[in-house]
Design a protein around this ligand. Structure first.
Ligand code: SF4
Length: 117
């Protein structure tokens, strides 16, 4: 039976928890590791570990200037401004307030979302 915690990729084997890379952008660094977004994926014999991106909606991180970090695939918020219809499939990537950084990271430049003490 296949070991669900590993799978071959190229010459190496990717395991849950392995480091993918460290991304530095807008003054902060983020460690990206392989894992599963859902427990059912971990249990599935056909699911392999994927790169896990931070969930900035549940755990916000801000630049030193107070802008929140977002990812391209993050669900759009109520301050979304763009040409797409705001629905559950709309993401920050389509928003005019999104300013891209490294990898799939970016920051939100909407004043309403800035860190306020
Ligand atoms: S970029 Fe900012 S304003 Fe635009 S949808 Fe994302 S969080 Fe909201």
């Amino acid at each position: 039976m296949k070991d669900k915690s590993t799978y071959p990729m190229g010459e190496g084997v990717i395991r849950e928890g392995d480091l993918y890379k460290v991304v530095s952008t807008y003054g902060k660094s983020f460690e990206l590791r392989y894992g599963y977004y859902e427990e059912c994926d971990r249990q599935s014999p056909i699911c392999e570990p994927v790169v896990i991106y931070p969930d900035f909606q549940s755990e916000p991180v801000y630049t030193d200037g107070g802008e929140p970090f977002v990812t391209l695939m993050q669900d759009a918020c109520v301050h979304y401004k763009g040409d797409a219809e705001l629905c559950e499939d709309t993401s920050c990537a389509e928003c005019r307030f999104f300013k891209s950084g490294e990898e799939w990271f970016g920051i939100c430049t909407a004043y309403e979302n800035r860190f306020k003490e």
